[in-house]
Design a protein around this ligand. Structure first.
Ligand code: NAX
Ligand code: K
Length: 490
């Protein structure tokens, strides 16, 4: 079908620094000039957002992010605002030191961080403590300042990234500024789009007048909204995929049913379910369009595999001998497969070759198990974790969670900008598995199906969450999903 719909380019902080260096070296734009533009852009944004602000507090670190802060402060003084400048550490040399001199040349005076309560009143705080240079949890004094800024209740404009948030990973290794808005420079940093701790507020990007051809290939891209093309008028069910959902051990029949129904609502031609005998009557009664069969082992599964074009393997599968036997048989069939939940846990327990067309959909806990690290380690660098799983298993990987990542087997990463905390409820993952399988059945290649499927799933959840995030059920996604798959406004 089509290539994944990818939009905004995302960069690492290393790439961002390299672009700065190229602007300086190849375009001959001095670093101080870039800093001047950054300061001016941020100050203009501050004036737009808080037109009544007369008193600024600017909190600067010793690096170039602090340099940006001194130039915001200088522009503020030049515009007649009052500025209280807290210098956590003084820049020793370079552009940031020059920026401080420019601030002082207008009569500005910086003072060290002391008793926050003794400082003059302020309307807005400018956070210029750390930018892309943050490489560990904020140092003690910076951490105290960040806590005081957050506790003040005053609106904060963060420069480039909120201090304490890793521009690379989205993780906050210690405390982080909670900004009302962020003025970001030159490129979108990928860390603002996964994990998405609510620290950046509204982000505005300023290209500082650099031409787009200065940019290198981005590290990742955000998904753009997409549906499937209109169906040909002579479409028939045999041409739209036959999905076989396998799972539903004792007590978890609902999981495989959710996956199967989601595949139907995504447009799959036929959907069969291989499950425990005890689930069959209820499933066929509640959703007669499904073809549910009780299977007690590989022999009963084989004929179902022969008729299927795509396998959704894992929802509610369990890790008993029954689940393990079906898992092995299904993977041996070599069909295009979406592997989820206990399907992934079984893979961790018994690594084995996988079908060539395979999508793994771990949440951070399952990803940690696959990699032999903790969930926290996965979350500390989701990009690295997703890429490592993709490489190790030669698979397309969906690393679920706030800002889901979709990683191709070659390491290309797409980031999902949609979704909401209402999705933290049972059955959401099963639904995603069914959606991706349903798309693969309709001709999407695994990476395309994963990108499109994650986007449809999260957008459907955002539509369903209009009635409230709490209490959102996976089943609520099915109606909006159907509209979105068909390109209709949901
Ligand atoms: N010419 C340029 O390179 C430009 C840089 N710009 C600004 O410069 C920023 C990057 O500046 P820098 O690379 O100087 O880095 P930062 O200003 O982000 O950080 C300052 C320094 O603090 C140290 N550090 C990092 N984490 C620390 C921690 N947890 N505790 C204590 N010290 C820590 C690092 O050694 C780092 O170099 C960007 O985010 C952007 O705001 C903009 O002015 C645009 C132009
Ligand atoms: K900052």
């Amino acid at each position: 079908m089509t290539a994944p719909h990818l939009g905004i380019a995302l960069f690492t902080s290393g790439q961002s620094r390299a672009i700065d260096r190229r602007a300086i070296g190849e375009l001959g734009i001095p670093g101080f000039e870039l800093m001047t533009r950054a300061g001016a852009a941020a100050f203009a944004m501050l004036r737009r957002r808080w037109p009544g602000a007369r008193r600024l507090r600017v909190v600067c670190g010793a690096g170039n992010n602090g340099g940006d802060g001194y130039l915001v402060a200088r522009d503020a003084l030049a515009s007649g605002l009052s500025v209280d400048l807290v210098a956590l550490d003084s820049p020793k040399a370079g552009d940031a030191a020059r920026a401080r001199e420019a601030f002082e040349a207008l009569g500005g005076a910086a003072h060290p961080f002391t008793d926050w309560n003794a400082l003059p009143p302020a309307d807005v705080i400018v956070d210029a403590i750390y930018g892309t240079g943050l490489n560990r949890a904020p140092a003690a004094e910076a951490a105290s300042a960040i806590e005081a800024i957050n506790a003040s209740g005053l609106p904060v404009l963060a420069l480039d990234v909120p201090s304490g948030l890793s521009a690379d990973t989205g993780a906050c290794p210690g405390v982080a500024i909670h900004a009302a808005a962020t003025a970001s420079f030159i490129v979108h940093k990928r860390g603002l789009h996964t994990c998405r701790a609510e620290v950046a507020g509204e982000v505005e990007l300023f290209d500082l007048g650099l031409p787009r051809n200065i940019l290198e290939a981005p590290d990742a891209r955000l998904l753009e909204p997409a549906g499937l093309p209109r169906r040909p008028r002579d479409s028939h069910k045999g041409g739209n995929g036959h999905i076989l959902a396998i799972g539903g051990d004792h007590g978890t029949g609902g999981a495989v049913r959710m996956a199967a129904e989601a595949a139907l609502r995504t447009g799959a031609g036929l959907v069969s379910v291989a499950t425990r005998e005890e689930n069959v009557v209820a499933m066929n009664a509640a959703r007669p369009e499904l073809m549910a069969r009780g299977v007690n082992g590989p022999q009963a599964l084989q004929p179902m595999l022969q008729k299927a074009s795509v396998v959704a393997l894992g929802p509610g599968l369990g890790q008993s001998a029954w689940g393990h036997a079906l898992w092995t048989t299904a993977l041996d069939a070599g069909l295009p497969t979406v592997l989820d939940a206990d399907g992934l846990n079984l893979l961790h327990a018994a690594p084995r070759p996988l079908p060539a067309r395979i999508v793994l959909t771990p949440h951070p806990g399952e990803a940690g198990r696959l990699l032999g690290v903790s969930t926290a380690d996965v979350q500390a660098d989701r990009f690295a974790a997703g890429r490592e799983i993709a490489k190790r298993y030669r698979a397309v990987v969906v690393l679920k969670g706030n800002g889901s990542l979709i990683v191709s087997s070659e390491g290309a990463v797409a980031v999902c900008p949609w979704g909401n905390p209402g999705m933290a409820s049972g059955g959401m993952g099963d639904t995603l598995t069914g959606i991706i399988a349903g798309l693969m059945g309709q001709g999407c290649e695994p990476y395309e199906a994963a990108c499109l499927g994650v986007g449809l799933h999260a957008r459907a959840a955002d539509v369903a969450a209009r009635a409230g995030e709490r209490g959102l059920l996976a089943g609520d996604l099915l109606d909006p999903l159907r509209r979105l798959v068909n390109g209709l406004d949901a």
